[in-house]
Design a protein around this ligand. Structure first.
Ligand SMILES: *[C@@H]1O[C@H](CO)[C@@H](O)[C@H](O)[C@H]1NC(C)=O
Ligand SMILES: *[C@@H]1O[C@H](CO)[C@@H](O)[C@H](O)[C@H]1NC(C)=O
Length: 310
C-alpha cells in the first residue's frame, strides 16, 4: 500500500469537510482544531496537496477500438503510475510487455492518460491511476473499469444455411436451434415468426463461456407445424450492444410443411346425366391443398388413360 495510515489521518482532518462537521459547527471549534494540527505541520502545504483534476471514468469500448483512461493531477508531487487489476505498469510512457499501451499527456501539467489501442478482451480490467506520496503529500488513487465488448462472430440455425427451406411433416416435432457465438457479454436471442416477434413462455436458452469472457448463446425453438405453417419464416436474431441496430445479425429459415392433399373430385359431369353422341364434355379433376401438390391421374374403366399435374 502506498498510503501510510498516519499521512491519511492528517490529510483527512485537514481537508475533509465532513470531518469538520463531525467535530461541531462552531467556527471556534474548527479554529481550535486547525490550530492544533498546525502545530504539527508547516502551514505551507495547506491547499497545495496533490489532487486529481481529471479522474478516470469507467469506460466501455468495442474490441479493436481505442480506449483512453484519463488521469490528470494538480500540484503533482509524487510519481504516477497505472495498475491493471493490481499489476503495476511502471512509471514510463512506454510499458514493456504492453505494446498497445502508452501513457500520454503533458507531464508538467500532471497529465498521465493511459491510451490502449486496438482494445482486446485481455484489456478488460480494473485500472487504477496511482500518485505516490511525496514530501507532505499523501498518495492518491482513482479507479476505473474498462469494459471491452465484442459482437457475436456468427449466428446460425443449426443444420440449415441462411434462407434454407426446412421440410417437415405436419404435426411432427421440429426444433430449431439457434447458436450465437463468441460475444462479450453474452448475446440475447430474439425469435420472429413471419417478422413478428415470437414469444414463447418456456424458453430454455443456454449461455456458455467458450473461451475466457466470450460467450455462446443457444436457444431452442420447439414447433409442431400444421398445414397452415407452410411457407412460414422463422428468424433468429442476435441482440447485443455491440451490434448496430440498423445492421441486425440474423438467420432465417422457411418451413415447407408436408401435408396430404384433399380427396379428389370431378367437376363437369353429374352422375346419371345423359350425354348426346358427339357432345363435348370437359371433366375436371380437383384436389385441394397438399404439399407437395397431388399428382392427378385419370382412369377409364380401371385403366390409366392420362396423367396431369395440378
Ligand atoms: C488488432 O488486434 C488483432 C488481434 O487482437 C489483430 O489481429 C489486428 O491485426 C490488430 N489490428 C491492428 C490495426 O493492429
Ligand atoms: C366400361 O365398362 C362397362 C361395364 O363395366 C362396359 O359396359 C363398357 O363397355 C366399358 N367401356 C369401355 C369403353 O371399355
Amino acid at each position: 500500500m502506498l498510503l501510510g495510515s498516519h499521512v491519511l489521518n492528517v490529510y483527512s482532518l485537514y481537508f475533509s469537510p465532513q470531518k469538520f462537521e463531525f467535530y461541531g459547527s462552531t467556527a471556534v471549534a474548527i479554529g481550535a482544531l486547525i490550530g492544533l494540527i498546525s502545530m504539527h505541520l508547516p502551514l505551507s502545504c495547506h491547499g497545495q496537496q496533490q489532487k486529481f483534476r481529471v479522474t478516470p471514468h469507467d469506460l466501455q469500448v468495442l474490441e479493436g477500438a481505442e480506449a483512453m483512461l484519463r488521469c490528470e493531477v494538480s500540484n503533482l508531487a509524487g510519481a504516477v503510475q497505472w495498475t491493471k487489476d493490481g499489476f503495476a505498469l511502471g512509471f514510463s510512457a512506454v510499458i514493456p510487455g504492453f505494446p498497445r499501451y502508452s501513457v500520454l499527456g503533458d507531464r508538467k501539467q500532471g497529465a498521465y492518460n493511459l491510451r490502449i489501442s486496438n482494445a482486446s478482451i485481455t484489456d478488460d480490467a480494473e485500472y487504477q491511476c496511482q500518485v505516490g506520496p511525496a514530501r507532505l503529500n499523501s498518495a492518491i488513487r482513482a479507479n476505473a473499469k474498462l469494459t471491452v465488448i465484442s459482437p457475436p462472430s456468427s449466428i446460425e440455425i443449426q443444420g440449415y444455411s441462411n434462407n434454407a427451406k426446412v421440410e417437415v411433416r405436419e404435426n411432427q416435432d421440429l426444433t430449431l436451434k439457434c447458436i450465437v457465438a463468441n460475444s462479450k457479454p453474452a448475446a440475447q436471442i430474439v425469435w420472429f415468426r413471419n417478422n413478428v416477434e415470437y414469444k414463447i413462455d418456456n424458453r430454455n436458452d443456454k449461455v456458455e463461456e467458450i473461451t475466457p469472457k466470450r460467450f455462446t448463446t443457444t436457444s431452442n425453438l420447439k414447433l409442431k407445424p400444421t398445414a397452415a405453417d407452410d411457407y412460414t419464416e422463422y428468424t433468429c436474431q442476435a441482440k447485443h450492444k455491440a451490434l448496430a441496430p440498423d445492421m441486425p445479425m440474423r438467420s432465417i429459415v422457411q418451413l415447407s410443411v408436408l401435408y396430404p392433399p384433399g380427396p379428389p373430385y370431378i367437376q363437369g359431369y353429374t352422375q346419371g346425366e345423359t350425354l348426346r353422341r358427339g357432345q363435348t364434355v370437359e371433366l375436371i379433376c380437383n384436389s385441394r391443398g397438399g404439399n407437395p401438390p397431388a399428382q392427378l391421374i385419370w382412369y377409364k374403366n380401371g385403366s390409366q388413360i392420362r396423367m396431369a399435374y395440378r
